[in-house]
Every structure is written in structure tokens, then in C-alpha cells.
Design a protein around this ligand. Sequence first.
Ligand code: THU
Length: 129
Amino acid sequence: MATIELIELAIETSRRAYVPYSHFPIGAVLVSKDGDIYTGVNIENASYPLTNCGERTAIFKAISEGERDFDELIVYGETEKPISPCGACRQVMAEFFEKDFKVTLVAKDKSTVEMTVGELLPYSFTDLK
Ligand code: THU
């Protein structure tokens, strides 16, 4: 799928976000090496810290379906500049994706920034050795 279609899908996905507290919807699209697509939204809770970000929802959905090999991740937020993933999501990305894995960050006006996982979280803690 072309990137513009994936961006549109991330925007459509964000409409399913459960955000009664922040009113800040996020849509994530995770593409596997086989071309399977896992979408994710942020899911908030009255107990705020229990919120799950859109990126982690997509990753956890894919991992729990048995998927392990991924191609790219697209993240959309209603921001002026392309959305900046939180630290927890960067750590989860570092767990499942290679350092050169491509993440496309998308703003409200559909402008994008492409970053690798290594750029998003340099010198990351990725194993116990
Ligand atoms: N959020 C995400 O889902 N992903 C990001 O990249 C940044 C922040 C969510 C968490 C919360 O539901 C809302 O945005 C405001 O922080």
C-alpha cells in the first residue's frame, strides 16, 4: 500500500480513539512484512495512567495475534507538527522493531516526518545482557 493510503488509514483509525478525557485522538497503523495491517487507537481510562497509547495498541494487537515481523509504523495525531510518540511507546517499539525500522509521524495537515526507532530512542535498553 502506498504511504498516502497508509496515512489516510491512520487518520480514519484515529476516529475510533476512546478519548473522553484528553479529546486528543491518535491513530496508528502497523504493517507486517507480509502486508497485514494492525490498527491502533489510544484508549483512555478515568484512572488516567491506565491509558494505552495508539502505537502500543497496534503493537500489542499484532504481537498477540502472533505477528513478529514488521515493515513500518504510521502514527497520526492532531498536532501542528508531526506527532511525537511518548517515551513508553518508544521503549515498546525498541522491544519489537529493529533500530532501522521506519516510523512515519503525521501531523493534522498530513505533513510527515520519518524517523527510525534508533533515532526515536537512542542507546535503548533492549535486553538484559
Ligand atoms: N498519546 C498517544 O496515544 N500516542 C502518542 O504518540 C502521544 C500521546 C495519547 C495518550 C493520551 O490518550 C493522549 O494522547 C494525551 O496524552
